[in-house]
Structures are given as structure tokens and as C-alpha cells.
Design a protein around this ligand. Structure first.
Ligand SMILES: Cc1ncc(COP(=O)(O)O)c(C=O)c1O
Length: 396
């Protein structure tokens, strides 16, 4: 009765099941993987939540497939500010499409680029939703690797090895989740050469772009570069203004003219079929978007302080350039799966093991840097002491 994809078993992960079970038993779990900013004690008062959605226009339904023009104009403005452009090079709001979130943006793009069974390339390590997004759109995926040499960089041999005629898009996450690396100009050049030779579009996920911990000079800018293949740039309120509950994302198309009309016409058909973005958030978009500077400074301050604290207590942590995560490396005698399960069962601390993000063998954990400093610092001290005890037991 069901599609092949849903004939397979979707088993819940053991660690996540254990967390759910402990919570059902009323244990308080300290979730060091918390990546939902609305649960991390940030000050949202400047958003003025009681008034933000007041608008006489909320009783008017304007089914605009791409989303309201005024909203798309504001988004174009955001990109225009990224770099001084000549007026003739300004971002055209007609190349912007609103969606109900970045996940939906991916699905819309897959629909216009791919046939069932086609392949997309995704980064490894990377954000675990891509496999699911590919699957529910009846696509296959292959991984290209990232290598660490003081920073995480694309392993171009691994990328070229997986390119076939079936590959219809390469996903770049800039900066990547969870490794926090931005693409360098050199990486952009190599990638462009490959995509241009093979005619493969790029989907560039920039949801963490504004959360840089380094200056971005010398980094790839997918918005302000001209390519001879299509590039789809994704972002949304979920991260940019730390308001995932408002469910508004967007796609910016940066494409050579020869593909632009076809892309825009096709995306418009997909968006028109769903009309998934509600009017209320569109009417309040400007206010939520303007809130981003306030919330981004709070988040950046906290992530930097938490990262620095972690680094002083546990220097075996990878360099990050942006994003909301840190990745401590565990010593090789520690079994990542056993450690994270034991940490949860015995000490009620939940962290993500590296395998959630497809890291290669050596043991690691992934921590969110969003928790308030007092909670984060205490948890780090506890976790390190548990880890040291665990290492000792492994040695004897
Ligand atoms: C890299 C990346 N892309 C997309 C998303 C999903 O964003 P949205 O809430 O807009 O669907 C996330 C969420 O964590 C993410 O980490």
C-alpha cells in the first residue's frame, strides 16, 4: 500500500529513546545539545511579542506565490547590505521565494531539479536532516567529505569521486553545521570549476551565515559572485532572528540568465501549489527581521564565551569559525556511544555523539553553545570530571 520509502523501518535512536524514557520518569535532563534558541533564556523583549503581530492587513488574504513583494524587498535589502554593490547589481526581489522554512526550501528546489532516483551530494560530517529530505522526495544521496587541518575544508577528491550523471545538486552548508566552517575563496573556485564543467547546481544553506566568530574577508560569497551554473541561497527567520516558531524561510536564486526564467517559473509553480507562508508573519516580517541585530549580538556573545570557557577547560576542541556548536574530541580509548549513553543514564546529561552527524571513526561529541553560561560552565566541569574518571577506568 505504501511508497517504497515508507516501507522501510524508521527506528528511533537508542540514546534519544533513553532520554525520552528518563524524562517520562520525571528525571531532569541537562540537555547540552539544546539548539532551540527560544529555550535558552535569551532576552526577546525587544521583539515586543504582544504587539508585533498587530496589523490591519491580517484580515486580508493575498495569495502571492512567491510571497508578498514587500517582504521580498526587505530580504533583497538584507543581501544588498552585505557588500557595496553598484545599483545595477542589486538583488532583484523577483529572484526571491518565500517558504515555510529552510527544510521546505530544499524540497521545493529538489522538485524543480530532480527526478525520482536522482542523487544529491551532502557534506559529511553534516546536518542529519538531509538524508530524510532526500528520502521523502524519492531521491538518493551520497556524501562528500570534509577534512580537518586546523579548519574543516572540503575534501575535493571525495567530492569528485561521487559525481555521476545522476547528481542533480551539491549541498554546501556555509558555515557547516556542526563543524562551523565557512567556505574559503579557494574552495569556492574549485567548486565552481567542477560545477561549471559538470553543469551541476549548488544549494548553499546560509542559515548560520550571520553567526561568524571570525571576520569574513577572504571567505566565499555565493550571493555576490557570478556563476555559470545556478546557485540557490537559503536562509530564514529560524536562525537569522532566532525565531524558528514563525516558520518563514526563503530561497534566493543566483543564476546565469540562460537558466533564470526556467528556474523562476518552475519555483513559482511549486510555491503556488502550496502557498504555505501565512499572511500574519509576512505582515510582521520587517519587525522580526529588524530584531535580528539585537538577538544575534546576544547569541554571538554567549557562543563565544561558552566556547572560550570550554577551550580553557578542555582544549581538545576543534576550531570553529561560526555557528552554534562546539565539537570536543574524546581520547581514543573512549567509546563515544558508550560514553554518551552512560553520561545520560548515570548523570542525566544529554550530548550528541559524533555519529549523529556522520563523523568518521574517532570519538567526539557535539555540544550546543546556546545555554546560559552558568548552566553551560557547570555542565562542562561535570562532564570533564566524568570523562576523566571514565578514561582512567579504561586505562586500568
Ligand atoms: C544547516 C541547517 N539548515 C536548515 C535548518 C532548518 O531550518 P528551518 O528551521 O528554517 O527549516 C537547520 C536547523 O537546524 C540547519 O541546521
Amino acid at each position: 500500500m505504501f511508497s517504497e520509502y515508507f516501507n522501510k523501518k524508521f527506528g528511533q535512536n537508542r540514546l534519544v529513546l533513553m532520554k525520552d524514557e528518563l524524562q517520562k520518569q520525571q528525571f531532569e535532563i541537562l540537555d547540552l545539545s539544546e539548539s532551540n534558541p527560544t529555550k535558552c533564556g535569551f532576552d526577546y523583549s525587544a521583539l515586543d511579542i504582544d504587539n508585533i503581530f498587530r496589523s490591519g492587513n491580517n484580515l486580508l488574504y493575498q495569495p502571492e506565490p512567491k510571497g508578498l513583494f514587500a517582504v521580498r524587498e526587505k530580504i533583497a535589502e538584507y543581501y544588498n547590505r552585505r557588500k557595496n554593490r553598484f545599483p545595477s547589481q542589486e538583488i532583484n526581489p523577483e529572484n526571491i521565494f518565500l517558504t515555510s522554512g529552510t527544510s521546505e526550501s530544499y524540497s521545493h528546489i529538489f522538485k524543480i531539479l530532480c527526478n525520482p532516483g536522482d542523487e544529491i551530494l551532502i557534506p559529511k560530517p553534516g546536518y542529519p536532516l538531509f538524508e530524510m529530505l532526500a528520502g521523502i522526495n524519492y531521491l538518493k544521496y551520497k556524501y562528500y567529505g570534509l577534512k580537518y587541518d586546523g579548519n574543516w575544508r572540503i575534501d575535493f577528491d571525495s567530492l569528485e569521486n561521487v559525481i555521476t550523471d545522476k547528481v542533480k545538486a551539491i549541498i554546501i552548508v556555509n558555515p557547516n553545521n556542526p563543524t562551523g566552517n565557512y567556505l574559503t575563496l579557494q574552495e569556492l573556485q574549485k567548486l565552481s570549476l567542477i560545477c561549471s564543467q559538470k553543469g551541476i547546481p549548488v544549494i548553499c544553506d546560509e542559515v548560520f551565515y550571520d553567526y561568524n566568530l571570525i571576520t569574513l574577508n577572504g571567505k566565499a560569497d555565493f550571493v555576490n559572485t557570478e556563476f555559470d551554473f545556478p546557485v540557490f541561497i537559503l536562509n530564514g527567520l529560524s536562525k537569522i532572528s532566532a525565531t524558528p516558531q514563525f516558520k518563514l524561510g526563503w530561497i534566493l536564486v543566483n543564476s546565469p540568465d540562460k537558466y533564470l526564467k526556467k528556474i523562476n517559473d518552475s519555483l513559482e509553480i511549486v510555491c503556488d501549489t502550496y502557498l504555505s507562508v501565512n499572511s500574519i508573519i509576512q505582515n510582521s516580517f520587517e519587525k522580526v527581521m529588524n530584531f535580528r541585530n539585537e538577538i544575534q549580538s546576544q547569541i554571538k556573545l554567549r557562543t563565544v564565551n561558552n566556547y572560550n570557557y570550554l577551550y580553557t577547560k578542555y582544549p581538545q576542541v576543534y576550531n570553529i569559525e561560526g555557528g552554534w556548536n562546539a565539537i570536543p574530541e574524546l581520547t581514543s580509548q573512549v567509546d563515544e556511544e558508550y560514553f554518551t549513553e552512560n553520561l545520560l543514564r548515570t548523570h542525566k546529561i544529554f550530548v550528541h555523539p559524533g555519529y549523529f552527524y556522520n563523523f568518521d571513526n574517532s570519538p567526539r561529541i557535539v555540544l550546543s553553545l546556546l545555554l546560559p553560561a552558568d548552566i553551560f560552565n557547570e555542565a562542562i566541569i561535570n562532564m570533564i570530571s566524568i570523562l576523566r574518571g571514565y578514561e582512567k577506568r579504561q586505562i586500568h
